[in-house]
Design a protein. Sequence first.
Length: 302
Amino acid sequence: MPELPEVQTVVNGLNKKIKNLLIMDVWSDYNSTYYLGKNNIKDISFFKKFKKNILNKKIIKAERRAKNILIHLSNKKTIIIHLKMTGHFLYGDYVFDKREKTFILNKTNKNKFLTDKFNQFIHFAITFNNGKVLALSDMRKFASITLIDTKLVKDFFKKNGPEPFGLKLSNLNFKKFKNGKIKTVLMNPEFIAGIGNIYSDEILWQVGIHPEERVKNISDKKLKEILKFAQKILKSSIEIGGDSMSDFRNIDGKRGEFQNKHKCYRLENTICKKKNCDGILEKKIVGGRVARFCLKHQKKLC
Ligand SMILES: [Zn+2]
């Protein structure tokens, strides 16, 4: 599932490619009766309203809030997209194919990355006035798309925890989460925004804290290190285009490179990469998610 660095990679790509373009058409085959009455384009009547509101509007810019992509439009409306499990945007030469009943790459396409098999599950597409298309490939079809007034964006995310960058320890609500297991707490969007399974594992490996350690047992010094490494690791992943161990691709269809930098994520049963540590990496279910950690340098404190 895309986490903060992957979503930021998408947003950076959108700001390079779609700013100031006009929306000429929008298409989706996400419709599902399960979403009836919900503010989601998967509800066919919401999609009709969505379409009416965004046609002929200009893209002002894209932004990220937590793991959401925000696309601000010239009519003071904002499209909010959550990529969920397998969603990723692609920008290029696409056409609607009547037989396939979806968007496919046009003959004019010269970008070989767009032909990657994970980029062929198009369920949503915006056509711009330059003839290019912003398509959403989403194998599992879990992504969600809605539209709100831009002035309501802050309120929309009021339950979300703070963004990790520029954050101080005192901005985090440790009191509320003191009894929680640190990995679960780091992944809780109400505690801090944008961290999921990959980055929580990598952060705790760096700091040497067991994923099941209760927050209240961790010293302020170690909590500071957790925040410091959270910022450092997320930033370093953004710089190399995010993590593509699974199906994430940037808007040009290309993989990121963070999967080559993993110290523990999906490395169970291998020898720890930490200097002077010969521990074996283990995997264990923590709070319903698979945690990977070193038995030797991430021992439980109590
Ligand atoms: Zn180790």
